[in-house]
Design a binder for this molecule. Structure first.
Ligand code: PRP
Ligand code: URA
Length: 207
């Protein structure tokens, strides 16, 4: 398993604004999308390419074109915030959806929706901004493995807790994680500390 935590001034700036208690849904969505670009660029830095010859106005030259299509799987609801970042950068991405909701008492994920496309020959990007206990992330990856055969699966999140990273490492050691930050710990009700609160509620303006 590999964990990559973004270390870029723009990522730090965007994350600090997302963490701010006073950031409302309109700005929160924009910040999420912009940070998503950086995360997705990092998660796809080793995508396969193929050599082509292009005819520039000056001469023919060798170049590279993308040769590994993507499937994005946002985990509802919070993962929807990262979907536009993927399709902005990779417009041909196909999209599947998984609905998972964490039980507030047990912290176990409840599976309430799934619509996954065929994934043969595609790299799967699981989009879920918060990796807290890792229960939802692990369940999402297990669901994909049970129903589809992508070439590989990567997990993209905005904030990870050490507990969630350890859970994915134990359950799905081959899945790389790309995160905007690795925070300190979980609190006694399963929220990431310092974190940014309930991502889904802040993104969608609910509470
Ligand atoms: C949040 C988040 C993850 C999950 C992380 O979703 O988007 O899916 O919690 O917690 P875990 O790592 O402990 O499983 P939530 O259940 O709040 O649903 P929502 O996105 O619909 O708000
Ligand atoms: N889900 C969230 O939205 N935030 C957390 O801190 C933990 C789980």
């Amino acid at each position: 398993m590999s964990l990559t935590v973004l270390d870029h001034p723009l990522a730090h700036d965007l994350l600090s604004r997302l963490r701010e208690r006073g950031t409302g849904p309109a700005e929160f969505r924009t910040l999420t999308r912009r940070l998503g670009w950086l995360l997705v660029i990092d998660a796809t830095r080793d995508l396969l390419t193929e050599k082509v010859t292009v005819d520039t106005p000056i001469e023919e030259t060798k170049a590279a074109r993308l040769a590994e299509p993507l499937v994005a799987i946002p985990v509802l609801r919070a993962g929807l915030g990262l979907l536009d970042a993927v399709t902005d950068l990779y417009p041909d991405t196909i999209v599947g959806y998984l609905g998972l909701e964490r039980d507030e008492e047990t912290l176990e994920p409840r599976d309430y929706y799934a619509k996954l496309p065929r994934m043969e020959g595609h790299r799967a990007l699981v989009l879920d901004p918060m990796l807290a206990t890792g229960g939802s992330g692990s369940a999402a990856i297990a669901h994909i493995k049970a129903h589809a055969t992508p070439t590989s699966i990567s997990f993209v999140c905005i904030v990870a807790a050490p507990e969630g990273v350890a859970r994915l490492e134990a359950d799905h050691p081959e899945v790389p994680i790309v995160a905007g930050a690795l925070d300190r710990q979980l609190n006694d009700v399963g929220f990431i500390v310092p974190g940014l609160g309930d991502f889904g509620d802040r993104l969608h303006g609910t509470d």
